[in-house]
Write a protein that binds this ligand. Sequence first.
Ligand code: ADP
Ligand code: MG
Length: 162
Amino acid sequence: MDLTDFSLVARTESADQTKQVAAALADQLQPDDAILFTGDLGAGKTQFVQGVAAQLGVADAVTSPTFNILISYQGGRLPLHHFDLYRLEDPDELDDIAFFETVEGGGASFVEWSEKFPDHMPEDALHVDMGVVLERPDSRVIRAFAEGTRAEQLLAAWTAAL
Ligand code: ADP
Ligand code: MG
């Protein structure tokens, strides 16, 4: 994908900065919003979700859902669903974890490893790609683009809030 396909590009220099960028998005979230992450292990996706959770007012510590596949957090401004699809092998398993019912169930959903099943993800979604910067261990590049009308609204609101 060409860089010009991304509508938002932000560079952060620490995990805390990534959480601040995420907090700005958290303030714009509405029920049923879907955020689809791409990016390697260690890119900062879980740190990003931690920033969202803190800003939503989730009291629980957010840990990586790699082994649980889905962890949901109540008690914030809206329910937060944190998926990690890394360990799924077949898209049919999305039904087993009630993926679509959960995503459409009134909360905000963040999906790590969405690139595993690109043809089975929500159509209206904000795509967030995270990448490391060579030779700079604490730098990350966050790139986002919207697919669908709600995701476009969300991206615009997020961009304005940064
Ligand atoms: P992922 O979920 O993408 O596999 P994690 O969020 O679990 O990645 O881990 C990212 C790691 O990189 C953490 O140890 C975090 O402290 C570190 N890190 C260093 N710089 C940054 C940054 N700018 N943004 C996010 N994380 C960073
Ligand atoms: Mg992770």
